[in-house]
Design a protein around this ligand. Structure first.
Ligand code: PEP
Ligand code: MG
Length: 587
């Protein structure tokens, strides 16, 4: 195959070189294998078996639904039968197996893709809507085939580069990380959750490639350059050598980053800054310690709720939170109550599809509407707070009423626990995440009823600039240095301080050196970020003066475009730091 270069958004630096492992929707990884002439009939037999078994399964399901809900409901499976009995489709799969000599699951998924894309082009709305049924039936058939030939990541002997249309947060979280050399996805933006996890685990990643799954087959050699956003499929020997060199330089540079064992960071002129870590999975706890973070500034608790059929019980959550609090003690951990919705969905309760999920039933809105889910979590966090290093915060607060309602439910939980004689920290700090412009603009009101703020710029940027954070088409507009964003942040920090409220930032922006420098000047108290960013930001803080950071604020805020802001901040930092430190910060 000829070498192809694809371009996407580099969201997690470094170079990954290896064979591709293409993951199709719904966790099903469909490998492409060449088969010999002798195996053709075996593959066709597998297809026939799978179709018969699926038909049997659908018929049982149909009878059950008709019995429970009536005959009309049972008819929803008619489209399923149409696919299972579609001779054109079946012949297409068989032809591929025979002529292209590929395995049945690969041939079947290719035929289904063709089928679906044809339907999507049709004017007929009824037929277009059948796509969901077809995808459902396709998954059922594939599962049946894959029973015998599933290749899961854990079965693989070698490490691979994961290629997917998209990876849901739960898929990303459940992948065996020791098998992954890199991620490439068709969709996604700089702060999509796959990007955040990849960065946290220091796995090179390029998202928003748009045509990755269309151009890459499992087993093909690829290179992922997470710094430049380049993906090279089937590289020539020369390109391969070039990138192997790049990889070894990068590995050396990463190793040379100074990891300070001293937890505190302070500027040369003595201003303290707290540098802590954001995590979503218990396995990242080791990284918090490894990179010398001062506790956990954001624990994304919703990851415990993803990728499972039931909801975690109070006891299960309590144990998990306690274990995190104990392991990180005496450093603090901030548990963010579940941020479900947006791009993170539960299997149970099922939430109807929304037109704009990021603007919909997400985070605190979901929790306030589902007090039983919310209370279970609050009780678990409260009980874990006996460790005395536990704080909690609410995501996506858009106004004081939501904060009051959340705190009211928290109070109820405290009363219940007291009645039951269960211990908790009565002085637990309760914070508000500032990630919606309306919250930023009413920070004075919220500050009076919050123990601390944590600015969530990943969302604040998307909501202020009206840019979906996970959409590669508008990713060029997602600019932390946009003057509107900077003005909002400055005003939140100032207003918080006028009200004696401590302010942290847990959005990715606080881990970007140029912005961390500006935020230091504005007076941000805590910088919370992906663990591998921690040593860099500490090095930055330890090598600059607070007075110098303050001096750049007015100039930065007088600039009109994000590009000008970035250039100016880079220029100023370059002047203040040694070449070696500046280079290290920019890796
Ligand atoms: C944020 O929005 O900046 C944030 C930290 O929360 P999340 O990325 O989980 O939405
Ligand atoms: Mg957020």
């Amino acid at each position: 195959m000829k070498m192809i270069k694809l371009k996407g958004i580099g969201v997690s630096g470094g170079v990954g070189i290896g064979r591709a492992f293409v993951m199709r929707k719904d966790d099903l990884a469909i490998p492409k294998r060449k088969i010999t002439h002798d195996h053709i009939s075996r593959e066709i037999y597998k297809l026939e078996e799978a179709l018969i078994e699926t038909r049997r399964e659908i018929s049982i399901l149909q009878k059950k639904i008709s019995k429970e809900l009536g005959f009309d409901h049972g008819r929803i499976f008619e489209a399923h039968y149409l696919v299972l009995e579609d001779r054109v489709l079946i012949e297409d799969v068989i032809t591929q197996i025979k002529n292209k000599r590929v395995n049945v699951e690969y041939a079947f998924s290719q035929s289904i893709e063709k089928y679906v894309s044809t339907l999507l082009k049709l004017e007929d709305e009824y037929l277009r809507e059948r796509v969901i049924d077809i995808e459902d039936i396709a998954k059922r058939v594939l599962r049946k085939i894959l029973k015998e030939s599933t290749v899961t990541l854990s079965d693989l002997k070698e490490k691979v580069v994961i290629v997917a249309h998209d990876l849901s947060p739960s898929q990303t979280a459940s992948l065996p990380k020791d098998k992954i050399l890199g991620f490439v996805t068709d969709i996604g933006g700089r702060t999509s959750h796959t990007a955040i996890i990849a960065k946290g685990l220091r796995i090179p990643a390029v998202v928003g490639v748009e045509v990755a799954t269309g151009n890459i087959d499992s087993g093909i050699k690829i290179i992922v350059d997470g710094s430049s956003g380049q993906v090279i499929v089937s590289p020539t020997e020369k390109t391969l050598k070039e990138y192997q060199k790049k990889l070894s330089i990068y590995t050396k540079e990463i190793k040379s980053i100074h990891i300070s064992t001293e937890l505190k960071a302070h500027t040369k002129d003595g201003k303290d800054a707290v540098i802590s870590a954001n995590i979503e999975l218990p396995e990242e706890l080791a990284l918090v310690k490894k990179y010398g973070a001062e506790g956990i500034g954001l624990y994304r608790t919703e990851y415990m709720f993803l990728g499972r059929r039931d909801l975690p019980s109070e006891e299960e959550q309590y144990k998990a939170y306690c274990s995190v609090a104990k392991k990180i003690s005496p450093q603090p951990v901030v548990f963010r109550t579940i941020d479900i919705g947006g791009d993170k969905f539960l299997s149970q309760p099922q939430v109807p599809r929304e037109m704009s999920p990021f603007l919909g039933w997400r985070a605190i809105r979901f929790c306030l509407a589902r007090p039983e889910v919310f209370k279970t979590q609050l009780r678990a966090i409260l009980r874990a707070s006996v460790e005395k290093n536990v704080k909690l915060m609410f995501p996506m607060i858009s106004g004081i009423e939501e904060l009051r309602q959340a705190k009211y439910i928290l109070k109820e939980c405290q009363k219940e626990l007291k009645k039951e004689g269960k211990a908790f920290d009565e002085k637990i700090s309760v914070g508000t995440m500032i990630e919606v412009p309306s919250a930023a603009l009413t920070a004075d009101v919220l500050a009076k009823e919050s123990d601390f703020f944590s600015i969530g710029t990943n969302d604040l940027i998307q909501y202020s600039l009206a840019v979906d954070r996970g959409n590669e088409k508008v990713a060029y507009l997602y600019e932390p240095g946009h003057p509107a964003v900077l003005r909002l942040i400055k005003s939140v920090i100032e207003v918080a301080h006028q009200n004696n409220t401590w302010v942290g930032m847990c959005g990715e922006m606080s881990g970007e050196p140029i912005f961390a420098f500006l935020l230091l000047g504005i007076g941000l108290d805590q910088f919370s970020m992906s663990p591998p960013q921690v040593p860099k930001i500490k090095e930055l803080i330890n090598n600059v003066n607070f007075e110098d950071a303050k001096k750049i604020i007015n100039n930065t805020l007088s600039l009109s475009t994000p590009k000008e802001v970035e250039k100016y901040l880079q220029k100023e930092l370059k002047k203040l730091l040694s070449e070696e430190i500046y280079h290290m910060l920019m890796i």
